[in-house]
Design a protein around this ligand. Structure first.
Ligand code: WTA
Length: 650
């Protein structure tokens, strides 16, 4: 991938000091390569098993894997009880920051233990038994984590639904999972305002529902309609419940949770994860990729628990490792743009993991904000969710990381459960824009339509891209789509069915050093005159221009070239009304940075980009605009009104 800092170094080895103390070593790769299953057995044994496993992997019914199948463990015991038993009860598990300033509390592992036991007893009293499903629809408050762990403790499957989703999306997820209980809050804070949340649950369960009880945490005190018999206050039933609860061990393949994610059709897919394999890989990756030192680190993953990142790297990874972490309820801009930096400063955050889109937002706000805070405690940074353009990567390292810290660019998916491709900090040389190579124990490759490896060569050219596939099963792999085994096979296992490979849905390429560059979802890879060009690559070139704050690129049908590249850009504040000259300059910039074939046919200056609530740009909708169609489903948009502004700008 090209970038504008041609004089900047191509790779960033970790400092000698970092490498000397790192959890990861080069030997880990060799160990895993020599005996992959033995390696995973060793990682699984970082956990505490009530019944030890004897078999590592059963792949005889592929693509339905069984990992550690004859073992039994309790996931919540591994995340909480065992740390207390080891004498670490006084360690802080969660430094919680509410959205309102000065609303904060710290919760030790001993306190978390009591809370989880009480909640488990309360859920049992509501009639829940192992195998039942519970929907959790809550803001980022400690009770949300307690609720997830209480379910795990009981072998009840949680289905966390992001609290920004509307009632209809919540209902679809409740109904598909046939949830018996919904756990929610009366309201939530949105930029200083208390707004109702339970009201959406009331709407979702008003007709034809499997839901028997709605368990409600009082968060805001906002007035809340109540249905006697069905609705239950958390403080009534949890606070009074017994703090004694003996965890029962469940089979390794007992399902732990469902998490709904959008697919190519309108109906969300309930991704199924199970216990032993999932926790093994969440815990292992958290230990090595984040180099966690539980005694000294203060770790902060900014993801919401509504997404897989919040499951694996807020709840199960860090807690299984006995880490101390920050949990923040609000947005980065409340009450002002200093909030994240203040939190880093207040708790002395050492490891910070976020999304590239937020890094670019910080860039747009300008480095003065970051520079007015002491960020010197940070020693490791991470990103997830989308490709990070090298420009943003370098800014992040310079401004957050004092030009010293490694950055782990972690590639994975809801379906993979845990990180798959990422640098090992202290071992791998980081390369801006590349997730580098598969983690020890993981196998991935980039292939063409026929499954042949695509490597940079005179034949393919240096930028040849292909499909990213996972050619070996891994412990935290999804075990299916809830209630739809056929869709599971078709979605992930049909493209390379004869080889038995999982197709991730992403395009990728190798560079000359053998590093993997993930280029984005395959439907975001454009084909212009027979050349494959990634939207991410063009965006990176645009964002590399000094006057561009953000960019989104789509391929629109074109009768001459198959697809044509259409770009939507937000300019830096002082350039907000870029004229025809600026547009020509940007087109030329892309041609310069990548190739004339990548020159956008159109560049539109817009005030906003359409994003999902998790910060992903909705290119599908931009394609609709670019091709002059009616807009498709806009229900997952953060702000459905952005299109009026975008249309006006065209
Ligand atoms: C994209 C998030 C490039 C990718 C954990 C994947 C990435 C999708 C990266 C999954 C990365 C995630 N570099 N692209 N480091 N991480 N992606 O299910 O397209 O919300 O398929 O899981 O995000 O998104 P999901």
């Amino acid at each position: 991938m090209t970038d504008t800092f041609t004089e900047a170094p191509a790779t960033y080895p970790a400092s000698v000091e970092f490498a000397a103390q790192a959890n990861g070593t080069e030997a880990l790769y060799r160990e895993a390569a020599a005996d992959r299953l033995g390696f995973w057995a060793k990682q699984a044994n970082r956990l505490s098993w009530q019944t030890p496993f004897t078999e590592v992997l059963d792949w005889s019914e592929a693509p339905f894997a069984k990992w550690f199948a004859d073992g039994a463990l309790n996931v919540a015991y591994n995340c909480v009880d065992r740390h207390v038993e080891a004498g670490l009860g006084e360690r802080v598990a969660i430094h919680w920051e509410g959205e309102p300033v000065d609303d904060r509390r710290s919760i030790t592992y001993a306190e978390l233990f009591t809370d989880v036991c009480r909640a488990a007893n309360a859920l049992t009293a509501l009639g829940l038994r192992a195998g039942d499903r519970v929907a959790i629809y809550m803001p980022m408050i400690p009770e949300a984590v307690v609720a997830m762990l209480a379910c795990a403790r009981l072998g009840v499957l949680h289905s966390v639904v992001f609290a920004g989703y509307a009632a209809s999306a919540l209902k679809a997820r409740i109904d598909d999972a046939e949830a018996k209980v919904v756990i929610t809050t009366d309201g939530q804070y949105r930029r200083g305002q208390a707004v109702p949340l339970k009201a959406a649950v009331d709407e979702a369960v008003s007709t034809d529902t499997t839901v028997e009880h709605v368990l409600v945490v009082r968060r805001t005190g906002i007035e809340t309609p109540w249905r006697e018999g069905r609705d239950v206050w958390w403080h009534d039933v949890v606070d009074s419940a017994s703090p004694d609860h003996t965890p029962q061990a469940f089979n390794s393949e007992h399902p732990l949770f469902l998490l709904y994610t959008s697919g190519t059709t309108g109906k969300p897919k309930g991704i199924v994860h199970t216990s032993g394999g999932y926790l093994t890989q969440a815990s292992y990756t958290h230990h090595y990729v984040f180099d966690i030192k539980p005694e000294t680190d203060v770790y902060w993953c900014t993801a919401d628990i509504g997404w897989i990142t919040g499951h694996s790297y807020v709840v199960y990874g860090p807690l299984s490792n006995g880490a101390t972490q920050v949990l923040y309820e609000g947005t980065p801009a409340w009450p002002d743009q200093h909030r994240h930096f203040e939190i880093i400063e207040r708790y002395g955050v050492t490891i910070y993991y976020t999304a590239p889109t937020l890094v670019r937002t910080f860039m747009k706000w300008g480095r003065d904000i970051a520079d007015s805070h002491d960020l010197s405690t940070l020693r490791l940074l991470g990103t997830v969710g989308e490709p990070i353009n090298p420009e943003a990567w370098r800014w992040y390292r310079e401004v957050f990381g004092a030009n010293e810290t490694p950055i782990v660019d972690t590639w994975w998916q809801t379906e993979t459960g845990a990180a798959m491709i990422s640098p090992l900090p202290g071992v791998t040389e980081c390369k801006p824009g590349s997730a580098t190579r598969p983690l020890p124990g993981i196998s991935a490759r980039v292939v063409d339509d026929h499954g042949n490896l695509i490597e940079p060569s005179p034949e393919y050219g240096e930028h040849a891209s292909g499909y990213l596939v996972l050619d070996q099963p891994w412990p935290s792999m999804l075990r299916g789509i809830w209630g739809d085994p056929k869709r599971f096979r078709e979605t992930y296992w049909s493209r390379f069915a004869d080889r038995g490979w999982y197709f991730a849905g992403d395009g990728a390429r190798y560079d000359l050093d053998g590093n993997i560059w993930v280029l984005g979802r395959i439907d975001d890879v454009m084909n212009v005159s027979g050349h494959r060009i990634s939207t991410a690559e063009v965006e990176s070139a645009l964002v590399g221009h000094a006057h561009v704050a953000e960019a989104a690129v789509v391929g629109a049908s074109d009768e001459h070239t198959g697809q044509a590249i259409i770009a939507f850009v937000i300019l830096q504040a002082d350039r907000a009304d870029g004229g025809a000259e600026m547009i020509e300059e940007l087109r030329a910039e892309v041609a310069r940075e990548i190739s004339p074939i990548a020159r956008p046919k159109e560049v539109h200056v817009v005030p906003e980009l359409p994003k999902t609530r998790s910060g992903k740009i909705m290119r599908r909708l931009l394609r609709d605009v670019a091709e002059g169609r009616e807009l498709g489903d806009t229900s997952t948009l953060l702000d459905p009104t952005v299109f009026e502004a975008i249309r006006a700008a065209r």
